[in-house]
Design a protein. Structure first.
Length: 281
C-alpha cells in the first residue's frame, strides 16, 4: 500500500502540469524497483503492488484530463511514459525473490537446533552468548556458541573444544539450584558448537557492586552462602571451578524470589579422576 501511494504521489506531481513534449521514463519505475529491493515481500505480492503502482501514471493522466489539463500525446510519448512502468513491475519480481531467499537463509543461519537466536547478551574468550527462544515452546533461553573460526587449528582447536565440552558436562552433572541450568548441547550443521542454558533475569556481582557500591554485610553473606551451595556440590562431585570471580556470579530473580544466586562459566573446570565417568543428568 505504501508503495502504491508513493507511486501515485510521484505520478500526480509529474502530471501537474503535464508535459506534452516529455519522452522520459517515469520516476514511478524507480519507486517500483526501489521497493522491491528494500521491502521484503513475496514475489506474488510484489508483482501485484508493482502493477498497481505502474497504473498510477495512466490514472494521473486521466485525472489531469478531468481537471481540464488534457494534452495531445502521440503514441511514442504514451509508450515511453506507461509501458516501462509495467516492464519494471514484472522485473521487480526477481529482486523480491532474491531478497526473500536471503531472508530465509539469514533466519536459518540464526537457528541452532530447536532454538532461534536473538540479540547478543555477551561475549568472552570461549565464544558469544545469545538470547534465544525455543521455536515450539516459546521458552526463553541463553545459547553459548563457539564457532569453528574461533577454535583455531591443531592443538589450539583441540584445547578450546575440550574446554567447551567440559563446561557443558559440568553444568549437566550438577543439580544445585544455584548452578546455571543446562537445557541442551550439540553441534550445528556448519560446525558451530553450542549449549543452551536458562535465561537469567538479573545482574552479575561485578555489575551489582559497580552500580550500587559495596553491599551491606547481611546481603553479601546471603549471596555468598548460595554460591557456596553450588560449589559444595561441585567439589563433592570432583569438579573444581577454577574461574570464580564477580562476573561469574549472578544475582537473579526467580519467580518472586530476588537475589537468587547462580554460578556461571565452568569453562576452566577441572575434573577429579572419579568425576569423569559421572553421568550427566
Amino acid at each position: 500500500m505504501f508503495q502504491v501511494v508513493t507511486a501515485g504521489l510521484v505520478a500526480l506531481s509529474s502530471e501537474w502540469p503535464p508535459d506534452v513534449t516529455s519522452t522520459r521514463i517515469s520516476w514511478v519505475c524507480a519507486v517500483i524497483l526501489g521497493y522491491s529491493a528494500v521491502a521484503p515481500s513475496s514475489p506474488g505480492r510484489m508483482l501485484l503492488a508493482g502493477l498497481l503502482a505502474a497504473s498510477t501514471d495512466p490514472l494521473a493522466a486521466w485525472i489531469a484530463a478531468l481537471r481540464g489539463d488534457a494534452v495531445e500525446r502521440n503514441l511514442l510519448v504514451l509508450v515511453n511514459l506507461f509501458v516501462p512502468n509495467y516492464i519494471c513491475a514484472v522485473g521487480a519480481v526477481v529482486p523480491a525473490h532474491v531478497m526473500r531467499q536471503l531472508g530465509q537463509q539469514v533466519r536459518r543461519a540464526r537457528e541452532l537446533g530447536s532454538y532461534r537466536l536473538g540479540g547478543v547478551l555477551g561475549s568472552g574468550g570461549m565464544g558469544e552468548v545469545y538470547r534465544a527462544e525455543h521455536r515450539m515452546l516459546a521458552r526463553p533461553a541463553a545459547i553459548k556458541v563457539i564457532r569453528p573460526d574461533m577454535l583455531g587449528t591443531g592443538l589450539m582447536r583441540h584445547v578450546a573444544l575440550e574446554r567447551f565440552k567440559r563446561e557443558a558436562k559440568a553444568a549437566a552433572i550438577l543439580r544445585s539450584p544455584h548452578t546455571i541450568n543446562l537445557y541442551d548441547f550439540g553441534v550445528a550443521s556448519d560446525g558451530t558448537f553450542y549449549y543452551v542454558m536458562e535465561l537469567l533475569d538479573g545482574v552479575s556481582f561485578e555489575d551489582l557492586v559497580t552500580r550500587f557500591g559495596p553491599l551491606p554485610a547481611e546481603r553479601a553473606v546471603a549471596l555468598m552462602i548460595q554460591a557456596c551451595d553450588s560449589l559444595t556440590e561441585a567439589h563433592a562431585c570432583g569438579i573444581i571451578h577454577r574461574d570464580l570471580k564477580p562476573s561469574n556470579l549472578f544475582a537473579s530473580r526467580m519467580g518472586y524470589t530476588v537475589d537468587f544466586v547462580k554460578v556461571l562459566d565452568f569453562g576452566l573446570v577441572k575434573f577429579a579422576s572419579h568425576a569423569e565417568d559421572r553421568p550427566a543428568r
